[in-house]
Design a protein around this ligand. Sequence first.
Ligand code: DAH
Length: 341
Amino acid sequence: MKELDEIKKLFEESLGLVKTMEDLNNLRTNFLGKSGHLTTCMKLIKDMSPEDKKSFGVGVNVLKDEVNKGIAEKQVELENLAIEKELADMPKVDLTTPTGKEKGSLHPVTIIEQRLGNIFRSMGFTIEDGNEVETEYNNFEAVNIPKFHPARDMQDTFYLNNGQVLKTHTSASQNRIMRKYGAPLKAIFPGRCFRNEELDASHENTFFQMEGMMIDKNVSISNLIYFMKTMLSEVFEREVNVRLRPGFFPFVEPGFELDCSCPYCGGKGCRVCKHSGWIELCPCGMIHPNVLKMGGIDPEEYQGFAFGLGLSRLVMMTYGFGDIRHLNGKDLKILEQTKLK
Ligand code: DAH
């Protein structure tokens, strides 16, 4: 019996030292193999007295069970450790992580539109949606371009069978917005516009504008200049100057072409401003009384300014695109240059 205790102690010690499957196999052989400790013990039985035989036999069997159990448990433990190690050594792959290569990005027009939106929102303007398919009335009559007015020639567009048109300018939404909110009103409305154009590097049949209107009591050209200067300085992230030249648009009186001092050379003259120091950026003016009236606003009480920023043009300038057709093109290499980092 003393031997059994010793074997048990030896087994427990040896089991504690097992680190690998190989160690475990050796242990198994040492205790249960043909000449293992337990097998050798069994051989002693035949020389024992019948009483000793019985108690010793029971003792050996109990120990044998313990040894088998210990080995089996150790085996499970080692197998689990092996799985854990394999998992830990595996390269970490998160299938939900987008890989850099396929990562999408906002379209450059959207990027600039959102930037402008934030600037105007911070100055108290709301951002409105405009329709792409408009009534002929909203696109022309409501902005003081009656039927057969020569201004229509410059804005030939796509006419639908039902008499509606693909809007030629964001000014087409002016009437709807005035009717929706009334005065006072401060809103911008970016949108896609369409014209029947001879296509070239600076003319597309589909392009983007951003219209803005401010209507209130005592609004003057000074307000127009202030907002345009502030907005453009924000857009170009440097102080710019603006100047107004007379320009004709049927829906404003007086109407202007607004030039901005070249943000790239600071007005000294460069390739972008064609060495003039100024860039023609944004037609604008004081809203024509007829337009206010048609929008349901009394021109005796309220005045306002409006502007129509060439969004596509601004995008091209900002990113140095030489051809407007890239903006609707499918060449992702070009569009990806503007990806936000
Ligand atoms: N709608 C004009 C165009 O597309 C641009 C424009 C000019 C808009 C003067 C305005 C404005 O709001 O005041 O040619």
